[in-house]
Structures are given as structure tokens and as C-alpha cells.
Design a protein. Structure first.
Length: 77
């Protein structure tokens, strides 16, 4: 029997067109909000699985926030 890994979460960087302020973190918790020089915002956070990531992206859609890119960041072991 193989040992199970307890933390299967992945880190993602989501770039959005809008400028979001630090208060946005209150809405989603443990999320890094990185303003970009061009007025866009990078959101970096861990998601437990693809379903959690999709739910987050749907919430952005519902808030009329334009997603430019979504990329997975390799977790360092």
C-alpha cells in the first residue's frame, strides 16, 4: 500500500485586468494580491483541487473581473 500525501493543493497565479486592493483578500482569505505596474493585478493562492480553482474563477466571473491568464506554479518540495 502506498503512503498517501495529505496536502494535494496546488499554487496558482491568476492575472486579472482590474486593479484590486488589499480588501479583496477579505473576500477570499489567504490570497496574495500583487498589483502590477500596468494596472493589472496578480492573485496568487493555493487551491485544494481543480474544483476549488474553478469555483474561484467563477466568483471572479460573477464579479465581472476579467481573467487574463491562469498558471500553475510548481510547489517546492
Amino acid at each position: 500500500m502506498k503512503p498517501t500525501q495529505t496536502d494535494q493543493s496546488e499554487t496558482y497565479r491568476v492575472l486579472v485586468r482590474e486593479t484590486l486592493d488589499i480588501d479583496f483578500r477579505d473576500w477570499y482569505g489567504d490570497l496574495a494580491i500583487l498589483p502590477q505596474k500596468n494596472g493589472e493585478t496578480a492573485l496568487v493562492g493555493r487551491f485544494s483541487d481543480q474544483s476549488a480553482l474553478r469555483g474561484f474563477l467563477e466568483q471572479l466571473w460573477n464579479l465581472n473581473i476579467t481573467v487574463i491568464t491562469v498558471e500553475r506554479i510548481e510547489n517546492e518540495s
